[in-house]
Design a protein around this ligand. Structure first.
Ligand code: ADE
Length: 226
């Protein structure tokens, strides 16, 4: 997979891609992440990328010219399977979206900033408008990092233990059950006996029951109950 990210503040999201799992995935050649500074396509001496919105609503909007120039240059080098735009008015991102997008080869993410981007860019290029939750961030960069992380960790070979993404919360529509490690007893608190029993089948049943219990308590909406 290759992810290109267009931003007016690429410095803001360089570090997540230079650490931990995301770094290793790139080193293993499983993913390439390229950050593009929109200011390089800015207009005039001051490399202007934004302007006041027509209609007098407060706030700056990213102008179409730099975005069209940047996106068209990237498109001249490869075809994108999806062009995402991070915005609080987009579709709320979930694990299903992550699963399907993790299969794509070339993904372009445009980070919104200020009051957003000129609507013509959205109309002309964007295939998916995505929100990562019902709150407003100061820019789309952190959302782009969140989305990238969710996609990259699903690429086969990225996680060391291949099964661990399968047992994530949401993969079976349920929250994950509680997990324990050693010691089996700590300050008088014991690990549930079943987990140390060695009965694989019973453990699986217990995990499923716990996942259901947790989901019913915390996220009844996932069970279709509200
Ligand atoms: N940009 C600002 N807020 C956002 C959000 N909640 N999701 C995605 N992009 C955003």
């Amino acid at each position: 997979m290759r992810i290109d990210i267009i931003s007016v503040l690429p410095e803001l999201i360089r570090s997540p891609f230079e650490a931990s799992i995301l770094k290793r995935a790139q080193q293993k050649g499983l993913v390439e992440v390229h950050l593009h500074d929109l200011k390089a396509f800015g207009m005039g001496k001051h490399r202007q990328v934004d302007d006041y919105s027509f209609g007098g609503n407060a706030g700056m909007v990213l102008r179409p010219e730099p975005l069209f120039a940047c996106i068209e240059q990237l498109q001249s080098e490869r075809a994108y399977d999806a062009i995402l735009y991070t915005t609080p008015d987009g579709k709320r991102f979930d694990q299903k979206d992550a699963n399907s997008m993790s299969l794509l080869e070339n993904v372009l993410i445009i980070c919104g900033h200020y009051k957003g981007i000129d609507q013509r860019v959205r109309d002309h290029f964007v295939t998916h408008e995505i929100s990562i939750g019902d709150y407003v961030l100061s820019g789309g960069e952190l959302a782009a990092a969140v989305i990238s992380d969710a996609l990259i960790r699903l690429i086969p070979g990225v996680l060391n233990d291949e099964t661990s993404a399968l047992t994530d919360s949401f993969q079976d529509g349920l929250l994950a059950p509680p997990v324990y490690t050693r010691p089996a007893e700590f300050r008088g608190m014991a690990v549930p006996e079943i987990l140390t029993s060695g009965h694989a089948q019973k453990i699986e049943t217990w995990n499923h029951e716990q996942a259901l219990k947790r989901t019913a308590e915390r996220r009844p909406d996932l069970l279709g109950e509200e």
